[in-house]
Structures are given as C-alpha cells and as structure tokens.
Design a binder for this molecule. Structure first.
Ligand SMILES: NC(=O)C1=CN([C@@H]2O[C@H](COP(=O)(O)OP(=O)(O)OC[C@H]3O[C@@H](n4cnc5c(N)ncnc54)[C@H](O)[C@@H]3O)[C@@H](O)[C@H]2O)C=CC1
Ligand SMILES: O=C(O)C1=N[C@H](C(=O)O)C[C@H](O)C1
Length: 407
C-alpha cells in the first residue's frame, strides 16, 4: 500500500485523484493539503499547509495545485524523505532549478501531462518533426476549460521543447500572432491557447508544408486519465533512488518486457574449431545460402589460438542439407567438429523499453535458473533476447517467464 499526501486536494484534479485513489487497493490518500482546506469535506484529514501533516506517515506527495506551493512541497519531501509527483504546470526557470536540486536528494517525477496518449503524441510529434521539421511550418494549438489560469498549457510547451530537441536549429516560440504585421518566419513554432467551457484538454500539432498538412491531435475526454497517470507515477517512484523521473521512464519500465514467444521448428548446428578467417566464415553462410537454407540466430565465440566456434539455427527440415553443406569445412582444422542439436525451442523475450532498463537479462536468467533450464545459445538485439533451450524444457520455461513478467 502506498500512502499519499495530496496537495491541492480540493481542486478539480485533486478531487478526481481522491476519487480514483479510493477505488485503487494499492494506494491510500492519508492526508490532503489545500489553500482552502475547509472548502470540501474530504474522507481524509485535510490541512491548510503541509507542515500540519508532520505526524502523518506517508510515502509520496502528489501535487496538482499552483507553482507557489512548490518550495514547501520540496522542503517537506526532503525533510521526510518522501517521493514527489509534480503535475502542476506554469513553472518558471527558478521552479525547474529547485526541482532539479531536490532530485539530488529525493525521487521527483514531473510531467506536464500524466496521460499516456499525450506522451505518445509527443513521441510522434518528435518523429514527424525530425523528418519534416526543417522544411515544414510547425504550429501547436491547445484547448482547455475556461477556469485554467496558465497559458499556454504545460503540455503545449513540452511538445514544443520535444520538437526542438530533434531539429537542426532550435526554433523560437511565438505565442499567438495578434498585432503582428510581419509574415511568419521559418524559425518559429507558433503556440496558441484556446479557453472555453469545460474542455478537459486538447493538443494538436500541425506540420504544414507545400500543398500538404500533417496534423496530430490528442483529446482528453475526462480528467480521469491524468489522475490514473499521477497515481501510476507515485507507484513508479516510491522506493526509486533520488533523481528526476518522467513519463518516458514510466512507459519504458512498463514496456521493458511486453512479448514472449516460442518457435520449435528449428535445429541448431555448432561448428567447433573453425579457423578465425573472414573468408571461411563467409563461405559457411554462402554454402547455406546456396542451398536456400534460411539462417536465424548466429553466434560466434571469441578466437582462441586462431579458432572459433560458430552456432546458428536453421529450420529443422533443412538439417540434413545443412550438415552436408558443412562437411566440406572438415579439412579446415584438425580439431573441427560439427555438433547438431535437434529437439530444441527458441524462446524470444521482447520489449521496446528493454534497451533503457538494466537488469532484464539478469531477471530472465534468474527465472530460468529456478527450474535449471539450460540455455544452449543466446542472441540479443536492443529490444529482444532469444535463447535456445531443450524442447522438453519449453513449457516450464514459458510458465516461469510468463509469471515473472506478468505476460
Ligand atoms: N500534469 C497533468 O497531467 C495535469 C496538470 N494539471 C495542472 O494541475 C494544476 C491544478 O489544476 P486544477 O486542479 O484544474 O486546478 P484547480 O484550481 O481546480 O485546483 C488547484 C487547487 O490547489 C489549491 N491551491 C492553490 N495554491 C495552493 C498552495 N499554495 N498550496 C496548496 N493548495 C493550493 C487551490 O485552492 C485548489 O483547490 C494546474 O497547474 C494544471 O495545469 C491539470 C491537469 C492535468
Ligand atoms: O489545467 C488543466 O486542466 C490541464 N493542464 C495541463 C497542462 O497545462 O498541460 C495538462 C492537461 O492538458 C490539463
């Protein structure tokens, strides 16, 4: 159970976070803080200042209030060693510097938008801008309810900053164009704020080129998405070491392992003690290609006394042809030997966040060691780890990995 102090608890977002937390068994709001503590009768103690929460035991603070609250939040969190989730927008440079300093001592999570969708929009905008951004004009339009005080939204600024990170030359931000008599110049990103009614939040990125326009839009259909995101952020940073975290870190942790699959129609061949020669190694794979044999995993040991071992997998149906093709290399060294492994399975563990998260390989091998699953071959890419094991151990390995990674 994660115990949370909710700063700004009587505001629009504070109330949605409190309601969402009430139906989440993993979290509890143990106290609320608000500039107007008596405005709402909450089911948790509500104080007018964080200092009044001193005898309440908590793990984290979630803040949806105003930038003025920031210094007291950071001081309190540092003093009581609490993790902090800052969702409040409208921060200035001084606020951002204070957050960075606090992150030397405690775990701080910041995001101008706690929804998953907007963070994917930011990623898409960055990708679109990296291809089109130097030739197309970029404009950002955000729409919010008529009670919002900061403009432009924190999200619009985050999108613009993210786009600038992938452009050859940073563009300056132009806020609205009222009263401008000059033409638009290529070195600007236009940012426009619309306010009205009860809109929870909409962000559009427009990339306008010659005779073509690409528009990416995210619409928040309620505030629930921000509340769920903020509670997930609190679960993510509690017990993390001091540092600054954001939605990308959270999404990568969740996507570290997303897929597990098995192929059991392959066989493995190991060529032992083959000369460490680029020509001979090329010839090995040319011989297989000549017979139209598709090679999947390939692994080579480091050279010892001029010899290497090469392992590869091929379709089991091509095994005899492959063995015949490899026999011509017998004369290449006295100790040359071909080992053939039928009855194998190839497990692949996949996740786009794997490359940014240490410990995934360790966890996989720990899990497989629980049932003494012996690995014959391992290959990896940034987003995949593949292991060859005995087919008779396939079921046990898949069960262990599914349990360990909740797949
Ligand atoms: N990161 C995200 O995903 C989201 C961020 N926000 C941001 O959260 C903030 C709050 O938004 P709303 O709930 O719509 O505003 P709101 O005005 O409805 O609520 C703010 C609450 O904070 C209280 N407050 C003001 N100053 C305070 C202080 N110094 N100490 C303690 N409480 C204080 C107010 O009394 C009010 O109850 C805004 O900056 C908004 O942009 C809003 C939605 C999503
Ligand atoms: O004030 C709001 O409501 C919102 N504020 C955030 C922002 O400024 O980007 C996030 C969301 O759009 C809702």
């Amino acid at each position: 159970m994660i115990n949370i102090i909710l700063n700004g608890c009587n505001g629009r977002m504070g109330q949605v976070v409190a309601k969402t937390a009430a139906s989440d068994p993993e979290v509890a709001i143990v106290a609320g803080v608000d500039k107007f503590p008596d405005a709402i009768n909450n089911p948790f103690p509500t104080c007018g200042a964080l200092a009044q929460c001193a005898d309440i035991s908590a793990d984290a603070i979630i803040d949806f209030s105003r930038p003025e609250a920031l210094p007291s939040i950071l001081d309190y969190a540092k003093e009581h060693h609490l993790a902090v989730v800052i969702a409040t927008t409208g921060m200035n440079d001084e606020n951002r510097a204070a957050i960075a300093r606090a992150a030397d001592e405690i775990a701080v999570f910041t995001s101008s938008n706690m929804s998953l969708g907007v963070n994917v929009l930011i990623d898409l905008a960055r990708r679109a801008a990296s291809v089109l951004g130097n030739a197309f004009d970029i404009e950002i339009i955000e729409k919010h309810h008529n009670q919002k005080e900061d403009a432009p939204s924190g999200t619009a600024l985050s999108i613009a900053e993210a786009i600038n990170q992938v452009l050859l030359d940073r563009k300056r931000f132009t806020y609205g164009r009222y009263g401008t008599s000059a033409k638009r110049s290529a070195d600007e990103i236009g940012i426009h704020a619309i306010r009205g009614g009860t809109m929870a939040g909409e962000h559009s990125v427009i990339l306008a080129g010659h005779d073509e326009v690409l528009e990416l839009t995210h619409t928040a259909q309620s505030r629930d998405i921000f509340a769920v995101g903020a509670l997930n952020a609190a679960k993510f940073i509690v017990n993390k070491p001091a540092g600054l975290y954001n939605m990308v870190d959270l999404m990568l942790e969740k996507s570290a392992v997303t897929n597990l699959y098995v192929s059991n129609e392959e066989a493995m061949i190991t060529l032992n003690a083959i000369p460490h020669s680029a020509r001979i190694i090329a010839d090995v794979f040319n011989s297989l290609a000549d017979k139209h044999i598709n090679v999947d995993m390939i692994s080579q040991t480091t050279p010892v006394e001029g010899l290497v071992n090469i392992s590869f997998t091929i379709p089991e149906t091509d095994l005899n042809d492959a063995i015949n093709a490899m026999s011509r290399f017998k004369k290449q060294s006295d100790s040359f030997r071909i080992d053939v492994f039928g009855g194998i399975s190839k497990l692949t563990i996949e996740g786009s966040g794997m490359e940014r998260q240490p410990g995934i390989a360790a966890k996989i091998f720990d899990v497989l060691a629980q049932d003494d699953i012996r690995i014959k071959l391992i290959t990896t890419s940034e987003t995949k780890i593949s292991c060859v094991i005995d087919r008779e151990q396939e079921e046990a390995a898949m069960t262990l990995l599914r349990q360990a990674f909740n797949l």
